[in-house]
Design a protein around this ligand. Sequence first.
Ligand code: FAD
Length: 560
Amino acid sequence: MIGHANEVPRDSTLEADACIVGAGAAGIPLALTLAQQGLRVLLLEAGERTRDPAAQQAYAGEVADARMHSPPDRYRVRGLGGSTALWGGRCMPYDPIDFEARDWVPGSGWPISYEGLLPYYARANAWAEAGACAYDARTALPGAPPLIQGFDSAVVGTHSLERFSCPTDFGRRYRERLAVAPGLRVLQGAHVTAVRLRPDGSGVRQLEVRTATGNRFAVRARAHVLAQGGLETPRLLLASNDVQPAGVGNAHDVVGRYYQCHLAANIGELEVFGPVDRVRHGYEVSPEGVYCRRRLQVDAAEQRRQRLLNTVARLHFPHITDPAHGIGVLSGLVLAQGFVGYEYGKRLRDQRLTPALAARHLWNVLRDPVDTARFLAHWVGRRTLADRKFPSVILHNRRNRFSLEVQAEQQPLRSSRVTLGGTHDAFGLPRLRVDWRCSQADIASVGRTLELMAGELERTGTGRLRWDRERLGEELLRYGAYGGHHIGTARMGSDPRTSVVDADCKVHGVDGLYVAGSAVFPTSSQANPTLTVVALALRLADRLATRLQPRRAPAQEVVA
Ligand SMILES: Cc1cc2nc3c(=O)[nH]c(=O)nc-3n(C[C@H](O)[C@H](O)[C@H](O)COP(=O)(O)OP(=O)(O)OC[C@H]3O[C@@H](n4cnc5c(N)ncnc54)[C@H](O)[C@@H]3O)c2cc1C
C-alpha cells in the first residue's frame, strides 16, 4: 500500500517489524524482500507524490569549497526511487582486491568478503536490470574481438566490463510492487527528523517523522534501517544528539568522516596504431541485450606490487569544450548545453561560451552535417525513445585517437567529511556542510597507473599515450569530486573506534539500528556504487529476515 504521511493521525505511533527510511536503490529492494518474507514493513520516503522543489530543498547545504564539490541538493533526488531517477545506470561489482586490507591504503579492509557478497551481486543485477552477473568480456561476450587488437598484457587487463541498467528508475519500476506487496506500507512525504534512543543509548526507542504541512508522528520497529543515501544518513545520525551528544553511533567521532567519491577526468591523448578496426570503441551488446563497455584496468597483483589505488580507464573522445577537436557532434552538444541538466552538463560548461568560441563550435557543426544528423537520428531512436537507453554519446572512430576517461579510487581520509552546518531546513534538521578532500597519493596513483598503461601500449607496439604530467592533478580536480557517489560516511568495520556499523550493517552498540547504502563502504574502489548498494541491501534483508520473527498482520497504528 502506498499512502501519504499526512494520512497518519497526528502524534500517533506506528509499529512495524522493520522500518526503512528512504525509498531509493537500497530501500526499495530491502523493503520488498522483507515484505516477501512475511514481515510487517514500513517504508518512509521524504519525497512527495510528484517531484517537489520544497522536499528537494531539504537536501540543500553548504560546501567548504565550491570548486571541489557540487551543492548537496545536486546529484541527489528526494522522491520515490531516490537518485535512481537521475542515475546513469553504470553497473559493476567491487573487485576482490577492494575488500582486502592493503597496507598502502590506510583504513582499507572490509569486514566481509567479496565471495560472501557474490550471490547478492547476482540478485542485485536483476534488480538493476543489468542482465547476467558476468563482468568479464571473455565469458559475457563470447567471440567478441578484444578492445585493442594485439594489446596483450599480463598487467593491464582489457576484459573487465561495465554493464548498463536501462537505467532503471527504481521508483517507477517497482511502484506497482510496492503498492500491492502484502505487509508493506509506503508513506510518501514522510521526513524522518530524528532517531530517538533509549535513555541508556543501547537501542532505538523511536523515529520521529514530520510532513511539509506540519503533521508529525513516531515509528517504533524491531529494526530501523537508514537507507537515505551516503550524505543524508550521517546527517540524521549527527543531528540525533539528545542522548548521545556527538550523535548516534558517533562516540568515536567517525560518523561523517572518511567521505569518498571518485576522481574522474579525461586525460591526455591515446593514439592506437593501425587501422580503425583494431579498436573496439563504444558499447557492445550482451546476448540478453544489455549494453556493456570494456575498460583498461591494472590487474590486482600489479596493483599490490605497485601499491596502487584501483583505477579504470575507458576510451573517450577529446576535451569537449575545445573546438580544436573539429567534431560536429561534440560542438553541437556544447552549443546545446542550455538543454542539458546540471549533472550531465557540468563538463559542457567548464568554459564560458564566448561568441568567438560559439562561432568555432558552430563551424564544426556546419562542416560535419552528415555525422551530426546521423548522431541525432541515433540519439532519438536509441536513447530518447528507447526503453533500454543507449548509455552515452559515442563517436564514430575515424582516427584512432582518444582521450582516456579515468575513474579512480581515493584513499579514505579522516579529514574528508560531512558535518552539520549552522542553518536548518524547513523540518528543523541542521543542514549539511560538505568538506570533501582528496590526497596527493590519489593523484600520484593515477599517474603511476597511466605510466603503466602507456608502457604496455608501447611494449606491445599497439599505441601511444601522452599526457601532461605536470597538470595531472589539475585535470583530475577540474570538476572536483565525481558527483553522485557518496561513500564511507558511516563505514563498516569490526572496531567501533574506527567504524560506525558492524559487518551486519548494524550501528555499533545500538540495538535495532542499521544502515543500508554506500555510507557503509569503507573504501571507494574504481566501481560506481549502486550495484554494491543493492547487493548489501539484499544481504541485510536476509539477515533481518532471519532475525525478525515473521508476523502476518499488516503494519498497524497505535495511538500513543
Ligand atoms: C547524475 C547521477 C548519475 C549517477 N550514475 C550512476 C551510475 O551510472 N552508476 C552507479 O552505480 N551510480 C550512479 N549514481 C549514484 C546512484 O544514484 C546512487 O548510488 C543510488 O541512488 C544510491 O541509492 P540509495 O538508496 O542509497 O540513495 P538514494 O537513491 O539517494 O535514495 C535515498 C532516499 O532516501 C530519501 N530520504 C532522504 N532523507 C530522508 C529522510 N530524512 N526521511 C525520509 N526519507 C529520506 C530520499 O528522498 C531518497 O528517496 C548516479 C547519481 C547521479 C546523481
